[in-house]
Structures are given as structure tokens and as C-alpha cells.
Write a protein that binds this ligand. Structure first.
Ligand code: ZN
Length: 271
């Protein structure tokens, strides 16, 4: 039988105490693990999604690339775009990071605000990132929470400008579903499942869990999962490039916590 240590992976980002890079470390290491196992699909479906994905992929593709260099470049660019969410050394807004890294070159969702009486289109909004914040009052699957979120809803703030009728918000999910999704969860009623099946315009799309990001004590850590549901613990501050094999997903008793930190964000992929 193989020793546990033989199963460890050396793909983690090393944490920087200057830039406090842990949010980046976690998200990028999870994505790199997906890339490593699915080169071709990644290049076809993810690489061109946005400039940051492209920078990451280019870095992973070149043998002699120091991955922390790419990460520093991305952090500096984001800091220029939004200095409050992306600080240099004063912590990172992980939710904002997920939104911008999981940005797509087409819309993910389209909300149409339509008059119930005369059918006039009041306004239209596109969501171009694949990130959601989910909360639940009772134990629920993510697929069910999204289904509820995507149902038609009465919009109370506006009335139709032509006929004063009620406005309904409809949600249309793009047929070209994003290959990677992320969910930040507000409480443990949101179930962490190995797979996630989403109904997108009559077609069922299956995603698998590929990473969980934990937060606590001003630091982020992560669990990485591959297709066989092998689970690895990663903390750029203590384990550096090492991702420690923890066992199969099903054998892990509590995915909501890891070494004293609580779950913050889940990453799912079709790859
Ligand atoms: Zn109307």
C-alpha cells in the first residue's frame, strides 16, 4: 500500500507575507489542478474567457515559469482596477476575486424586466461572471437554491412606464454554460456535494466539485479535488507548494471546516 505522503502533489502557490496572497493562492491552485488534469478542454473552453485566465494558463504552460510571478502580476493589475477589493498587503475580497477571475466573454445570465400586462421590456441586465452568494434557512442543495433564484419574480420597485402594470423579472441562463462556477456560501445549510446537476434550458449540465476555500484568522486555505474525488489540503503559509492528500471526498467527515477555518467558497467545474 502506498504511503499517504507519496500521494501529495507539489502544485501549490507559496504564500507571500508582503502581498498577503492567500486568496489568490487558493483560487489559482484549485484552478491549476483542474488545468493539469484537463489541458485540452481547458485550452478550448477556459483559456480565452478573460485576460487573467489567459495569463494564468500561459504561466502554467511554460515549463520554467515561476507561478508566483504570474500571480503577482495579476494582483498588481487588479489593485489598479479596484484598490479597495484588491489591496497590496491588506487582505483580499475573495468574493470580488472569484467574480473577476470567473468572468466570461459572453453573458452567464440575462435578467429581463417585462411588464406582466403589456409585455413591454422595461430593462435588461447581463451577469457576466459565474459567481453566486447563497444562503438558506434549511438544508438545501445548490441546484435547488439556484432553481428558486432563477424563477420568474415580481419586481416591486418599478411599474411599467406604458401601462403602470406589474414588472416581472425573468432569468435566462446562457446555453453556453460556463465551465467553472463558484459559490460563496452564507451558512452551512447550503450542502457541499461532490456533484451538481443544473438544468439549463431543458439540458442537464453536470458539474463536479474541484475546490473548497476556507477562511479564518485573516487567512484563506483550501481543499483541492480531482475527478476521482481525491482530496488534498493546501495552505500556502504552512505547506507551501505541497498539497497534502487527505483521502477520498466521501471519507472526509466535515467539509465545512478545515483545521479550524470555516468554508467560504466552493468551486465547481465541468472539466
Ligand atoms: Zn405595461
Amino acid at each position: 500500500m502506498k504511503k499517504q505522503s507519496d500521494k501529495n502533489m507539489q502544485i501549490g502557490m507559496e504564500w507571500s507575507n508582503v502581498t498577503l496572497s492567500c486568496a489568490y493562492d487558493c483560487l489559482f491552485t484549485i484552478l491549476r489542478n483542474v488545468y493539469n488534469h484537463n489541458n485540452q478542454q481547458w485550452n478550448e473552453r477556459v483559456n480565452e474567457a478573460n485576460r487573467f485566465m489567459n495569463m494564468l494558463t500561459t504561466g502554467w504552460q511554460s515549463e520554467d515559469q515561476v507561478h508566483e510571478v504570474t500571480q503577482d502580476k495579476i494582483q498588481k493589475l487588479l489593485h489598479i482596477l479596484d484598490p479597495e477589493a484588491f489591496t497590496m498587503g491588506d487582505g483580499t475580497d475573495l468574493f470580488a476575486l472569484c467574480r473577476i477571475i470567473l468572468l466570461y466573454n459572453t453573458y452567464v445570465l440575462k435578467h429581463n424586466y417585462v411588464c406582466y400586462e403589456c409585455n413591454d421590456l422595461f430593462k435588461s441586465e447581463d451577469q457576466i461572471f459565474a459567481w453566486w452568494y447563497l444562503n438558506s434557512t434549511k438544508p438545501s442543495q445548490i441546484s435547488k437554491l439556484l432553481k428558486t433564484e432563477w424563477e420568474d419574480k415580481i419586481h416591486h420597485r418599478y411599474r411599467c412606464t406604458s401601462c403602470n402594470g406589474q414588472i416581472i423579472m425573468t432569468t435566462h441562463v446562457n446555453d453556453q454554460h460556463p465551465p467553472n462556477l463558484s459559490f460563496s456560501i452564507g451558512n452551512i445549510n447550503v450542502k457541499i456535494t461532490a456533484s451538481l446537476s443544473l438544468k439549463i434550458n431543458q439540458t442537464s449540465v453536470k458539474y463536479r466539485l474541484c475546490g473548497v476555500i476556507y477562511h479564518g484568522g485573516f487567512h484563506f486555505t483550501a481543499q483541492l479535488l480531482d475527478k476521482a474525488m481525491n482530496t488534498y489540503y493546501y495552505d500556502g503559509m504552512t505547506t507551501g507548494i505541497n498539497c497534502d492528500y487527505e483521502g477520498k471526498f466521501n471519507s472526509i467527515e466535515n467539509m465545512y471546516e478545515a483545521k479550524g477555518r470555516s468554508v467560504s467558497t466552493l468551486i465547481y467545474t465541468t472539466l
